[in-house]
Design a protein around this ligand. Structure first.
Ligand SMILES: Cc1cc2nc3c(=O)[nH]c(=O)nc-3n(C[C@H](O)[C@H](O)[C@H](O)COP(=O)(O)OP(=O)(O)OC[C@H]3O[C@@H](n4cnc5c(N)ncnc54)[C@H](O)[C@@H]3O)c2cc1C
Length: 325
């Protein structure tokens, strides 16, 4: 079966991977240069279904649990880091930690000594933390590039711009936030982030710092590079980061570790997360078009499950469980 996939973000590439695995002939078209038009390019790359349960439905946990295995199988060895997630809060924000613990599972409570053993850079900085040992993370930019390269090696065709759909048995629309206004109920949730570079701090896993107003996470990318994110603003404005957001992110990074004050600010960026009202993704088929969208803040976490759904819809298989609409 010849399939045309529109959009080479995480939804499009994971769908291509699953369709190729089932013997489809896949062509992927992308309207922007490189990955610059994709929200996926700006993601943290956290595969954190237990932490996400704090604000997400149970289905995000059940559908996201297999994501780290999926990515590990799809990417070169060493791409997925299974070091867990550390969640901390300043002593004055202890109530935030309690609230987070009450809404999640799959964690161990750590004291100051245990925090220092896990992340020596944070020794003496926090009295209490939650550790989610089963969580993982990856570098979205390396993952997208490797996935794209692997697809090309396996025979997928890539093209820029538009293409005539005639000649394809099926189109899969994975164009993310560009469909806001075109798909009922789809909205944008703006996420701003910053890349910081410093040799003064070493972290082995994503660290989330809870705060009543400005929660922060920092994801280590290796080589002294850290992704620091991210705002959650109800807007589909993809314009540059605002001064306020940048100040808040940097203040929070400084509160996590003062050495971030001397870090180099090497990049800032903004991605628009496509989301439905329930913040759950949907894959649906209408005649010869399958649409997958609404991955919200769970593109890397839930796209493997969604790609399975797309393949099932494409090839008429039974859809795996009905959790995600
Ligand atoms: C700051 C930030 C942090 C995040 N952190 C995480 C995280 O830690 N973990 C996680 O799981 N998720 C995270 N996310 C969420 C994740 O990035 C999104 O859910 C995901 O990127 C959505 O993927 P998508 O493929 O649907 O859309 P996109 O990545 O936006 O891809 C859509 C693609 O379609 C292309 N396109 C548009 N129109 C057309 C057209 N007509 N023809 C062809 N191509 C077209 C666009 O150029 C784009 O490349 C984060 C997001 C942001 C912004």
């Amino acid at each position: 079966m010849r399939v045309l996939i529109r959009g080479a973000g995480v939804a499009g590439l994971t769908a291509a991977h699953e369709l190729l695995a089932r013997g489809a002939e896949v062509t992927i078209i992308e309207s922007a240069a490189g990955f610059t038009g994709a929200a996926s390019w700006y993601a943290g790359g956290m595969l954190a279904p237990w932490c996400e349960r704090e604000s997400a439905e149970e289905t995000v946990l059940t559908q996201g649990i297999g994501a780290a295995d999926w990515w590990e199988a799809a990417l070169p060895a060493g791409s997925v880091h299974r070091n867990g997630t550390l969640v901390v809060a300043q002593p004055r924000d202890g109530a935030e930690l309690k609230r987070f613990a009450s809404r999640t599972s799959g964690f161990r409570s750590l004291d100051a000594e245990q925090i220092a053993a896990l992340e020596p850079a944070l020794a003496g900085r926090f009295r209490q933390a939650l550790f989610f040992p089963q969580e993982a993370h990856l570098d979205p930019r390396r993952a997208l590039s490797a996935l794209r390269q692997g697809l090309a090696v396996r025979g997928a065709a890539f093209a820029d711009g538009d293409m005539d759909e005639r000649g394809f048995a099926l189109t899969v629309d994975c164009t993310g936030a560009s469909r806001i206004g075109g798909i009922d109920g789809l909205r944008g949730v703006r996420g701003e982030m910053a890349y910081l570079q410093t040799d003064e701090v070493t972290l082995s896993r994503p660290v989330r710092m809870l705060h009543p107003r400005i929660p922060l996470y920092i994801v280590p990318r290796g080589g002294g590079l850290f992704m620091c994110g991210a705002t959650m603003i109800e807007s589909d404005d993809a314009g540059p980061i605002t001064t306020r957001s940048l100040m808040e992110l940097l203040n929070a990074a400084y509160a996590l570790h003062p050495a971030f004050a001397e870090a180099r600010l090497v990049e800032t960026g903004t991605g628009v997360r496509p989301a439905f009202a329930d913040n759950l993704p949907r894959a649906s088929r209408r005649e010869n078009t399958i649409t997958v969208n609404g991955l919200y803040r769970h593109g890397f976490l839930l796209s493997p499950a969604m790609a399975g759904e797309v393949a099932a819809l494409a090839l008429g298989e039974e859809i795996p469980r009905g959790d995600i609409r």
